[in-house]
Write a protein that binds this ligand. Structure first.
Ligand code: ATP
Ligand code: MG
Length: 356
């Protein structure tokens, strides 16, 4: 048997519950975590049959030891995968088992059971439930307005003037657009969270993309003096997903216009600057508004965080960060020289190996 004493570890040092039974099914090890999870002192467990020490049941009420039959089941079985089981009193516990045999298909020499509390999983389930509640809440208010206005118009069409009808339909149109956008954002989030965000990389001209976005804002009625652009050349050729890059620029510029104030400055420069062969491109978006309070900076990229009531859904920056990181880049937030918010992201050039 290999000597493991050099590890300097005792069963009590393990973070998970460890219960070991011998070839007769009698408990020979019951560590401190197992005692805590099963709420039973090691003295009460040692030397007793494991099925009596841990009377586990599955969620349908079947006795687990009888169902799995570690000492009697097929001799090729090597253990049991992790399952959520119940201890007396209805306490939930995650259990997995390993059957250590004398030889590959020989009798079970040791039964090793690991026990884990369900708190960590509970927490992640709670986070999911919160997400669903927030999403439902976000969808409800525009849907209520769509439903309310359409119902009113259908019931009393003749009683409204042309202008009133137009106003209501405009509200319905804007709310429907908000729902569509929210759903698109949620799809992006689920792709980001599950690591399935697909990138279609192509050579992109970042400076031209910035130009297009600024022109979009001017066409929508923003005055020309709200924007300043600085491009420090020459810029390296960048391979990125153009649609996703548009989403990033769109969100950052929209935030600067909506949440910030004064002139919005967009700088595009090689990263890191001053190198003969730049490794990427850095884009900085600064404004002269109130900025992000110091104590909130660590939270701006989390989902649903918004600084004030004027905020949107608070998903924009979470998606921006997800897209930038999917490209292998990074994004930071800080304070601009004028005291407003400053967002800076860097994308690596990512030229495909065949072309490099
Ligand atoms: N340039 C900025 N100046 C001041 N505050 C900002 C700026 N950009 C973002 N914020 C703050 O950060 C919050 C989160 O931004 P984010 O883009 O994630 O969400 P949002 O704009 O509120 O909604 P969405 O982008 O989903 O429509 C905003 O609500 C706002 O309070
Ligand atoms: Mg936003």
């Amino acid at each position: 048997m290999p000597d493991t004493a050099w590890l300097g570890l005792e069963p009590d040092d393990l973070p998970d519950g460890l219960v070991v039974a011998d070839e007769r099914g009698l408990v020979v090890c019951f560590n401190a975590a197992a005692a805590r999870i099963a709420d039973r002192r090691p003295e009460e467990a040692l030397g007793h049959p494991i099925d009596r020490v841990l009377p586990l049941q599955d969620l349908e009420g079947h006795r687990w030891w009888q169902a799995t039959d570690p000492y009697g089941g097929p001799a090729i079985r090597r253990g049991q995968p992790e399952r959520n089981l119940l201890l007396p009193g209805g306490r939930e516990v995650l259990v997995s088992a390993r059957y250590v045999r004398t030889r590959p298909t020989g009798p079970v020499r040791r039964l090793v059971v690991s026990l884990r509390g369900t708190e960590a999983r509970r927490r992640s389930e709670r986070r999911h439930a919160e997400l669903i509640a927030t999403v439902a809440h976000e969808l409800r208010s525009p849907l209520t307005s769509v439903k309310g206005f359409t119902a009113t118009l259908l019931a009393k069409w003749e009683r409204f003037t042309e202008d009133q009808k137009r106003l209501m339909l405009e509200t319905v149109d804007a709310d429907a657009a908000r729902i569509t956008r929210l759903i698109a954002e949620l799809l992006d989030i689920s792709r980001i969270d599950s690591g399935r965000l697909e990138l279609r990389r192509r050579p992109v001209d970042v400076a031209a993309a910035v130009c297009r976005h600024v022109e979009g804002h001017l066409a929508a009625g923003e005055p020309a003096e709200r924007f300043a652009r600085h491009v420090t050349g020459p810029l390296p050729a960048l391979w990125a997903d153009p649609d996703k890059l548009d989403q990033v620029l769109g969100n950052l510029l929209e935030n600067a216009v909506r949440h910030g104030a004064g002139t919005v400055t967009i700088e595009v420069a090689p990263a890191p600057p001053g190198r003969a062969v730049p490794e990427g491109i850095t884009v900085t978006v600064s404004d002269e508004g109130p900025g992000i309070p110091e104590e909130s900076m660590s939270r701006v990229f989390t989902r649903f965080w918004r600084g004030s009531r004027r905020g949107g859904t608070g998903l924009g920056l979470y998606i921006v960060k997800g897209i930038v990181e999917a490209h292998g880049g990074s994004i930071t937030v800080g304070r601009s020289a004028a005291g407003g918010a400053q967002f800076r992201f860097t994308l690596p050039v990512a030229v495909p190996a065949v072309l490099a």
